[in-house]
Design a protein around this ligand. Structure first.
Ligand SMILES: C[S@@+](CC[C@H](N)C(=O)[O-])C[C@H]1O[C@@H](n2cnc3c(N)ncnc32)[C@H](O)[C@@H]1O
Length: 446
């Protein structure tokens, strides 16, 4: 039986393992499953799976699932949730306890409010503590050395465990506390250093209490679930061109439904805000961060030359989008005021155009893989942008429905969701409601 949910409960089971900006509500996934009549044994695809909310709800409901995301940290988090639900609960509990005891022992009597003295490093984390930290030179500029010593000790204890599943769960718990023990200003979404950061931070105590409570949440959900028969696969990939790379799992008749929440136009800077974890777990090098961000759909990163090419694309003969979408981008462009709209705002029309082109590629790519009639449910919100002193609404649900209809899907219905705010997605320029768009594949699109 699936765990019982309260309306506000978004962190039950393994959902709370790691925060993720833009994570959608588990209850929405379940409601979509009910509407589409999904049954245990069915298979869903989430091509923007992020931290794996839909994938974990699939486990709760007995569905198989395939998740794809371009952000390697998102894939790590989603895989950790899958691992938490499939590993033996006894192993998860025992090995977590083992890490707690060993770290308690190593750090017994240590004061975390002062920098550690150099000669204690060896006792706390071994003489070679730095070799356990990928990208350590970069991390040094954002973490006190005393914190890095603690992180190294935590990682060493986790890596010594005999279960890769438990390692993944605990590494992901560590990832979740990382920003809070760095020198980053916690109130700022962008990278900004605290003006006077403390000389140390309690990474070990924070990790231990977090691991114990999160593993406990998982174990309580596991106790209420019958044995889990379904299977889930999560991989790093690009939703615009993943069909080839999906190999065996891309068998067209395999998917009963697509259930997803795509990025918004001018989306959150997923890579930038998660750079510490991406670097610590060796997913990227520091010189790859910018390029990685630029590859994301909805990115705000854009060079002047790219903007010029996109502006030309918008007005050229081969626009690649429905006329309504082109007209909307044209309206935004006409609204620009060169003297009052700064560099970022000047990019907005081209960014919206690029976003819609990318989403068109995604629909075209996935349309090929789905049987005729397969439902594609997506949840997305509107946002506003101010150009030339006027505020415009970017009606993303409506624009995406038009793009989908042009790329192998039919619109079945759209529904306003009376929803509560998603984690961290609602910034000043977003509207606090979201829309569920249900499409149906025409089959063998384009
Ligand atoms: C709104 S979030 C999804 C959140 C997810 N539903 C969850 O519960 O965590 C959108 C996701 O799209 C991903 N994304 C952006 N561009 C992508 C691409 N080209 N291919 C696949 N995923 C991409 C981002 O990394 C982000 O995780």
């Amino acid at each position: 039986m699936a765990p019982v949910l309260s309306r506000q409960s978004t962190r039950y089971s393994a959902h709370g393992l790691h925060e993720y900006r833009g994570k959608f509500n588990p209850q929405i996934v379940r409601a979509i499953g009910n509407m589409l009549g999904l049954q245990p044994g069915d298979t869903i695809l989430d091509p923007f799976c992020g931290s794996g909310t839909a994938i974990l709800e699939a486990i709760h409901n007995g569905w198989n699932a395939v998740g794809i995301d371009a952000n390697p940290l998102a894939v790590q988090i989603a895989r950790a949730k899958v691992a938490a639900m499939h590993v033996s609960p006894y192993e998860l509990s025992d090995l977590t306890q083992r890490v707690v005891e060993r770290l308690d022992e190593r750090f017994a009597g240590v004061a975390f409010d002062k920098a550690f003295v150099l000669r204690s490093y060896g006792r706390l984390a071994g003489k070679e503590w730095e070799v356990h930290l990928p990208n350590v030179e970069y991390l040094r500029s954002w973490f006190r050395e005393s914190v890095l010593v603690q992180v190294s000790a935590i990682l060493q204890e986790i890596s010594a465990l005999p279960s890769l599943d438990v390692q993944l769960v605990l590494k992901t718990v560590l990832s979740d506390i990382l920003r809070s023990v760095s020198m980053q200003d916690p109130g700022d979404l962008r990278m900004r250093r605290l003006s006077s950061p403390p000389e140390n931070a309690p990474a070990v105590p924070l990790f231990l209490s977090s691991a114990l409570s999160k593993v406990d949440q998982v174990l309580r959900a596991r106790a209420r679930l019958e044995s889990i028969q379904c299977g889930q696969t999560v991989m790093v990939g690009d939703a615009r061109r993943c069909s080839g790379a999906m190999g065996d799992v891309a068998n067209p008749s395999r998917f009963s439904a697509v259930v997803t929440s795509p990025p918004y136009a001018t989306a959150l800077p997923y890579i930038d805000t998660q750079r510490f974890s991406l670097l610590l777990f060796g997913h990227v090098r520091s010189d790859e961060l910018r390029e990685q961000e630029r590859r994301m759909i909805g990115t705000r990163e854009m060079q002047a030359s790219e903007r010029e090419a996109l502006d030309q694309g918008m007005t050229g003969a081969k626009k690649g989008l429905p006329q309504e979408c082109i007209s909307f981008c044209g309206t935004l462009r006409a609204a620009l005021n060169n003297s009052t709209d700064g560099f970022r705002r000047q990019n907005t029309p081209a960014l919206v155009y690029k976003y819609l082109r990318d989403m068109a590629d995604m629909f075209g790519n996935l349309g090929h893989m789905l049987d005729p009639g397969t439902p594609f449910a997506l949840v997305v919100g509107r946002n506003t942008t101010t150009l030339g002193g006027r505020t415009y609404t970017v009606n993303t649900p409506e624009l995406l429905a038009l793009v989908a209809e042009d790329n192998g899907f039919e619109l079945q219905e759209t529904m306003e969701l009376d929803t509560y705010p998603r984690y961290d997605v609602h910034q000043a320029n977003s509207i606090r409601s979201e829309t569920l768009v249900i499409l149906r594949a025409r089959g063998n699109a384009c």
